[in-house]
Design a protein around this ligand. Structure first.
Ligand SMILES: [Zn+2]
Length: 142
């Protein structure tokens, strides 16, 4: 996999709960996200109680790495401890087809936001020893 253009190794996520299942999937190039075990409602990575039915057990499933941009901003805060770029970079919220929301950037260098509503697909890049999802830029420009 490609080394991330944006984040330094120091920004790699830690392989601890609740991220262990997510990162294990990412290492295999699969987007693994939690759902409520009772009603199948999509959950946030750190969400332990279902909003819909209050159930407290979740299951992890591979989801399609595709969705639609809900909001995209340019991040001007540059922190050299974690970020390689000195210029502003896009931070993008994607509403996945699975119903999950995920906040990512692009898989290659970008200096522009992505319009809300744009359909995108994700791939994985390497940060330190971990893998994280990024929007495939070619899908953005096409
Ligand atoms: Zn539920």
């Amino acid at each position: 996999m490609t080394i991330d253009w944006l984040l330094r190794d120091t920004a790699a996520p830690s392989d601890v709960a609740p991220l262990s299942e997510y990162l294990a999937g990412s290492a295999e190039g699969k987007l693994m996200l939690p759902f409520c075990a009772a009603c199948q409602h999509p959950l946030d990575l750190d969400q332990l109680h279902c909003d819909e039915c209050a159930h407290q057990v979740r299951v992890w499933q591979i989801v399609e790495p595709a969705g639609r941009v809900t909001v995209s901003i340019m991040m001007n805060r540059v922190d050299a401890r974690y970020v390689k770029q000195e210029a502003a970079y896009p931070v993008i919220e994607v509403s996945l087809n699975s119903g999950h929301r995920i906040i990512v950037s692009t898989s290659t260098v970008s200096d522009a936001p992505i319009a809300s509503g744009t359909e995108v697909r994700l791939e994985f890049v390497q940060v330190g020893t971990q893998y994280i999802p990024r929007i495939i830029n070619t899908a953005v420009k096409g």
